[in-house]
Design a protein around this ligand. Structure first.
Ligand SMILES: CC(C)(COP(=O)(O)OP(=O)(O)OC[C@H]1O[C@@H](n2cnc3c(N)ncnc32)[C@H](O)[C@@H]1OP(=O)(O)O)[C@@H](O)C(=O)NCCC(=O)NCCS
Length: 178
């Protein structure tokens, strides 16, 4: 992460200093560096890093392996009633994949805010199957400030990027593979 981030910023990797938000979200420290926004997710041997030089945004990214075991208890604990109403009507074979996509959407929203799993994912509610963010706990602000994007992931994985933009502008997402 340090190497890729330093390359994007145009500085030496060892010059980067990190600090953590109240729930552990890493941020850059130091003059001129605070404007850079980034967020990391990893799953097995893969990692994905979101980076922006726009200080008005917060980034959250999540990556999951689609063959991860998904129990009914996990689905029950992490979803709202209306999300479950959609999931229970799916054939079991596709239910896990839909749930894991929904999970990356919820977690990327919570990571954009920085609250992480200190907020129950069941309180971040999406309209299914359109993946529109419907409601959030009020301490995370307005749902309209969050733009949730599916991003391409290697086969067998699913990834979501969330950008919280206080100005609610349209955003451009570019992918780079290292
Ligand atoms: C952040 C969190 C959602 C990560 O979930 P995960 O699926 O295990 O891991 P991911 O691969 O998606 O992301 C890990 C990266 O997210 C970043 N991260 C850590 N805390 C973060 C936060 N609060 N917000 C955003 N990003 C965070 C770090 O870069 C971390 O990388 P590292 O593990 O190499 O340090 C989860 O660990 C969390 O919520 N932590 C906060 C602590 C907390 O309140 N825990 C309550 C437990 S119920």
């Amino acid at each position: 992460m340090r190497v890729v981030l330093a390359d994007r910023i145009g500085v030496l990797p060892l010059s980067l200093r990190f600090e953590s938000g109240p729930h552990g979200k890493p941020m850059l420290q130091g003059a001129g560096r605070e404007r850079w926004r980034f967020n990391l997710a990893h799953s097995r041997q893969l990692a994905v890093l979101a980076v922006s030089d726009d200080p008005a945004v917060d980034l959250g990214i999540d990556l999951e392996w689609l063959h991860r075991r998904v129990s009914s208890d996990l689905i029950r604990g992490a979803t709202a009633a209306e999300e479950r109403a959609f999931l229970v009507n799916l054939p079991p074979a596709s239910r896990a994949a839909w749930f894991l996509r929904l999970w990356t959407q919820k977690e990327s929203v919570l990571k954009a805010d920085g609250a992480g799993l200190s907020v129950p994912p069941a309180e971040v509610v999406f309209d299914m199957p359109h993946a529109r963010l419907r409601r959030l706990p009020s301490r995370l602000g307005s749902a309209e400030a969050f733009a949730v994007h599916d991003v391409s992931a290697p086969p067998g994985h699913v990834a979501t990027l969330t950008v919280r933009d206080r100005w609610r502008r349209p955003i451009a997402v570019r992918s780079a593979t290292e």
